[in-house]
Ligand binder design. Structure first.
Ligand code: CA
Length: 235
């Protein structure tokens, strides 16, 4: 089994949810660590270095957002957040908090396992595959090796999936990619997942890139990258 030996830290204070998440992940071949509070989660991250964290937003002491922020100060370990509320989503996967993905409660445990698998599958090798590729598009420059995005020469900080999504669209310039295709290519889901994930990331990209955002909505289908405006035009 490909995931043999990989460990997942499940952080959730509601024991019924924690144990059913643990059960499904165990059956999928993962080693499980558990924490019921934010404080315990931080200790375990430091001492046991899990390969992935499933992190509930609502915890009795330090909330999940804060746990995520603190983990990010010292670690790139993939984090899948669990949330009961849709409105937290932009924050969760934005750069400020830096989770890799999220699921809204109630969720299908099989979907949780699928997402854990895809996050772990993609978190290591992909950054090595393409090292020197760069794309220039109008004012926008993106460097896959350095994971760097520049707008008119100034760096813009993107969350990991925002970066991957932007790259995927730029790499298929002119082609329309459906939300399902983007989910599969960027997040690695091999079934129709939650396509809102794509919309949330596109929204964030547009906000961060402003005028330089090349992403066009193709109504009822998906997204594509428009032709670059003349980069030489200056106000
Ligand atoms: Ca909880």
């Amino acid at each position: 089994m490909a995931n043999q030996g990989q460990s997942v830290l499940v952080v959730e204070d509601e024991s019924s949810i924690a144990s059913f998440v643990a059960l499904y992940l165990k059956n999928a071949g993962y080693r499980i660590q558990a924490a019921g509070t934010g404080r315990e989660a931080l200790e375990r991250v430091a001492s046991e270095k899990p390969d992935l964290i499933v992190l509930d937003l609502m915890l009795p002491d330090i909330d999940g957002l804060e746990v995520c922020r603190r983990v990010r100060q010292s670690s790139d370990v993939p984090i899948l957040m669990l949330t009961a509320r849709d409105e937290d989503v932009d924050k969760i996967i934005g750069l400020e908090v830096g989770a890799d993905d999220y699921l809204t409660k109630p969720f299908n445990p099989r979907e949780l396992v699928a997402r854990v698998k895809s996050i772990l599958r993609r978190s290591v090798p992909e950054r090595r595959e393409v090292q020197t590729k760069q794309i220039k598009h109008g004012d926008l420059e993106i460097d896959v090796g350095r994971r760097e995005v520049l707008v008119a020469g100034k760096e813009v900080q993107l969350a990991p999936k925002e970066f991957d999504l932007l790259w995927e669209l730029l790499d298929h310039k002119g082609l329309v990619l459906t939300r399902d295709q983007l989910l599969e290519r960027v997040w690695g889901y091999t079934f129709a997942g939650d396509t809102r994930t794509v919309d949330v990331h596109v929204r964030q990209l547009r906000r961060k890139l402003g005028e330089a955002s090349p992403i066009v909505t193709v109504w009822g289908v998906g997204y594509k990258v428009a032709a670059a405006r003349d980069a030489a035009v200056k106000a």
